[in-house]
Design a protein around this ligand. Structure first.
Ligand SMILES: *[C@@H]1O[C@H](CO)[C@@H](O)[C@H](O)[C@H]1NC(C)=O
Ligand SMILES: *[C@@H]1O[C@H](CO)[C@@H](O)[C@H](O)[C@H]1NC(C)=O
Ligand SMILES: *[C@@H]1O[C@H](CO)[C@@H](O)[C@H](O)[C@H]1NC(C)=O
Ligand SMILES: *[C@@H]1O[C@H](CO)[C@@H](O)[C@H](O)[C@H]1NC(C)=O
Ligand SMILES: *[C@@H]1O[C@H](CO)[C@@H](O)[C@H](O)[C@H]1NC(C)=O
Ligand SMILES: *[C@@H]1O[C@H](CO)[C@@H](O)[C@H](O)[C@H]1NC(C)=O
Ligand SMILES: *[C@@H]1O[C@H](CO)[C@@H](O)[C@H](O)[C@H]1NC(C)=O
Length: 666
């Protein structure tokens, strides 16, 4: 499920001894930045920062502050768990600020976590930055039925994560009943400098990490830089659970051991005695009355669920009918909206036809793509596809509103994005200079999240096949939005097969196995994404290298990489600061992993996303990228894609990466 080897190396493991609820849990990480001197301005700023955090955090449970001027500026933030009192919050932050300078002496960056609070400072700006690095506490005692346990935990944690974001408090608690007498309690919280989406992503990733390492354990805690998540069979927080979640209906009954014969007087509650007990074996030694009553309860639950879901289904059908209708646009409407497809409204010419800007009568701005030729699909089939694609909603995807099919014409109606496409920004000398490193990184991460959604999180798996700078649109806040996804599906491309005779795509971005054999997998998009990252960092398009001695961007990058001159690849207009160079070279490393020749060696987008969001996660060294097509030395075996190439376990890294301390050559 997970790139185990990578995570093992970076997740700090800290086991909480069982039955030590009162024992102080604390953990810290030192950033190992340049040391500050005793009595220096930085130290003074840090002290003032701590005072401010101590005084201000308890009001709302979160505070961030900035003190001093560069180079002695210090950024800090502190978070208290949402269920503790103001005085307990202040106490915890006070303890943290007293201990941290001893835990990481003279370090210009550090973080410490306690059970109910967190304190962090750094000389580097970190607000609004999603950071999933953290540590994990678990209790190796297992629930007797780990599957049941895990399902209930995931159900509850997802529900309270959404509740936390919706409430705006970035904090929520919950409970789910596991059996008649046992419950699981959960708590989630994010730092409030994150957006709702970032918070959900942080909690989701943290939960996946716990699922990987603490499957079925009666206690799980993950504290990241940006969020925390905890569940336990004992109630560990100080308030009533905010959300009570009903346990998922079990399909498989736990194995029930009938012999030895039950005592006639066995009371159903007996198995769970004291409160402090963590494991409650329900499969063993439970009387028949209990089994019967729980079976009855489950049947009742199923019936109730059914009734509920039927109502929901009917409601959904009506909604769908309403929705479907509005997906179909009339030609005259679009003609009017675009002023008869006037050249003045033309936004550009894509691979599939021109795109026009339009405005509907209700004022909604749209972009209309006029495809050159009708599809050979039937209308109902097409509507199905449009319906699917219209349901894909993610902030890093351009929304498809609908379609129009009349008079041999086929038009697609999209949301209108004000800013230009990425290629007009990064390949233009003037505009490129205005894009700083943070903005470029934001664009890279956004594209990776959009791809993650297409490849893994949406209801249907979609391989874009034509990912390139021209297909990335930017809104006014420079949020990237992937456009033209699903076009291959929509236009009747043979998407169910892993091989296609119709190779669509753009030279320079195409993975070799796709260009040569037409083999389609999500790794095709990973390859294109790697090229895109390199273009964003260098500010040079892949095509601008034709005719040069390197021949293409990948070759050029690889030459610098192996010569230890990777920093020379970075767009000079970004400046020459050490931290920037380090981050950019790390991104180049990730990009090189994406463009490796063998699809199975390329990481999947989940791993790429993880490497981009977890700064302290080491990135394995790349092997040489795929070069110009038709290069000698291309072996068909290089193109083999194993069955699980689209699942998360496909990242194959060498074992020695764990001990590799030099992430890239210098
Ligand atoms: C800082 O140095 C310590 C001790 O060498 C090491 O254990 C820790 O992982 C380093 N921290 C980071 C963020 O690299
Ligand atoms: C935070 O606390 C400091 C005292 O250390 C105070 O001067 C400052 O006004 C407070 N800031 C806010 C935003 O309340
Ligand atoms: C505050 O801390 C005390 C002592 O640690 C604890 O007993 C109490 O439950 C806490 N109260 C709240 C509301 O956090
Ligand atoms: C809990 O389960 C895991 C795997 O499912 C196993 O490795 C571990 O030993 C179990 N722990 C206990 C205490 O039974
Ligand atoms: C994480 O998000 C995915 C997609 O949104 C969802 O299917 C999954 O259940 C989530 N996992 C958790 C633990 O919330
Ligand atoms: C869950 O269990 C608790 C205590 O065991 C009980 O008070 C509560 O009513 C139960 N809730 C549901 C929804 O079954
Ligand atoms: C707190 O963080 C936000 C970002 O979420 C930032 O805009 C703001 O400037 C920070 N406040 C201070 C005082 O540094």
């Amino acid at each position: 499920m997970f790139p185990l080897q990578i995570l093992l190396a970076y997740i700090v493991l800290y086991l909480l001894p069982s039955n030590t609820k009162s024992e102080f849990i604390s953990y810290n990480l030192c950033e190992n930045n340049t040391a500050y001197a005793r009595g220096s301005t930085f130290e003074t700023n840090l002290k003032i920062l701590f005072t401010s955090l101590i005084q201000n955090t308890s009001k709302t449970g979160f505070f961030n502050d900035t003190l001093g001027n560069i180079p002695d500026r210090v950024y800090g933030s502190s978070l208290c768990r949402g269920d503790i009192s103001a005085s307990n919050c202040t106490n915890c932050i006070t303890t943290a600020s007293q201990n941290l300078p001893q835990l990481c002496p003279y370090d210009r960056g550090a973080i410490v976590w306690y059970e109910v609070c967190m304190l962090r400072y750094s000389n580097k700006y970190f607000f609004s930055d999603l950071d999933v690095d953290g540590y994990r506490v678990d209790n190796p005692q297992n629930w007797s039925d780990p599957y049941q346990f895990e399902q209930a935990v995931v159900e509850m944690m997802s529900a309270i994560s959404r509740a936390a974001v919706q409430s705006g408090k970035m904090f929520s608690t919950g409970m789910v009943n596991l059996t008649v007498s046992d419950s699981i309690y959960g708590l989630v919280q994010c730092t409030r400098d994150l957006t709702g989406d970032q918070c959900l992503e942080c909690l989701n990733t943290s939960m996946q990490i716990l699922e990987e390492y603490c499957y079925g354990n009666v206690l799980g805690l993950y504290q990241a830089h940006s969020c925390m998540l905890r569940y336990e069979t004992d109630k560990f927080f100080n308030s009533d659970p905010f959300l009570i979640v009903s346990a998922p209906v079990r399909i498989n009954f736990p194995p029930v051991k009938i012999s030895p014969p039950p005592q006639a007087t066995a009371a159903p509650e007996e198995p769970s005695k004291g409160k402090g007990k963590k494991t409650v074996p329900i499969a063993l030694g439970i009387g028949i009355p209990f089994v019967l009553s729980s079976a009855l309860a489950i049947i009742l639950l199923i019936c109730l669920q059914r009734r509920k879901s039927r109502n929901r289904l009917e409601e959904k059908n009506i909604q769908e009918l309403k929705g479907r209708k509005s997906l179909l646009f009339e030609f005259s409407t679009l003609q009017e909206a675009t002023e008869h497809f006037s050249d003045l409204n033309k936004l550009g010419e894509g691979g599939f036809g021109p795109v026009y800007k339009g405005k509907l009568l209700d004022g909604q701005e749209i972009a209309v793509k006029r495809l050159s030729k009708g599809s050979d699909q039937g209308l109902s089939e097409l509507m199905n596809e449009v319906q699917f694609l219209a349901e894909l909603q993610h902030k890093n995807l351009v929304r498809l509103f609908g379609v129009c099919m009349e008079k041999e014409e086929m038009l697609l109606v999209y949301e209108y994005i004000r800013n230009k496409s990425l290629d007009t920004l990064i390949f233009d000398d003037e505009s490129r200079r205005k894009l700083n490193w943070e903005e470029r990184l934001k664009i890279i991460k956004g594209i990776s999240r959009g791809l993650l959604y297409l490849h893994q999180d949406s209801a249907i798996r979609i391989v874009h096949r034509d990912l390139k700078a021209g297909n990335i649109l930017l809104d006014e806040n420079l949020n990237p939005k992937i456009s033209d996804f699903g076009l291959a599906r929509l236009l009747g491309g043979d998407h169910t097969q892993s091989k296609t005779s119709k190779v669509v795509g753009t030279y320079g971005y195409m993975a070799p196995e796709y260009a040569i054999h037409g083999t389609v997998s999500t790794k095709v998009d990973v390859f294109s994404f790697g090229v895109l990252i390199l273009e964003i960092i260098t500010g040079r398009s892949n095509s601008s290298f034709s005719g040069t001695s390197a021949g293409n961007l990948l070759n050029y990058t690889w030459e610098h990489w192996t010569n230890g001159t990777a920093t020379e690849l970075i767009d000079p207009s970004l400046g020459d600061e050490t931290w920037l160079n380090d981050e950019a070279v790390r991104c180049i490393n990730i990009a090189l992993l994406c463009v490796q020749m063998t699809p199975n060696e390329r990481p999947n987008i989940f791993s790429v996303n993880l490497m981009l969001t977890r700064k302290r996660m080491q990135v394995p060294p790349p092997s040489s990228p795929a070069f110009v097509f038709g290069d000698s030395g291309i072996d068909d075996r290089d193109f083999e894609i194993s069955d699980n190439s689209t699942s998360r376990s496909s990242v194959k890294y060498s074992n020695n990466e764990v001990t590799c301390t030099e992430p890239y050559p210098r």
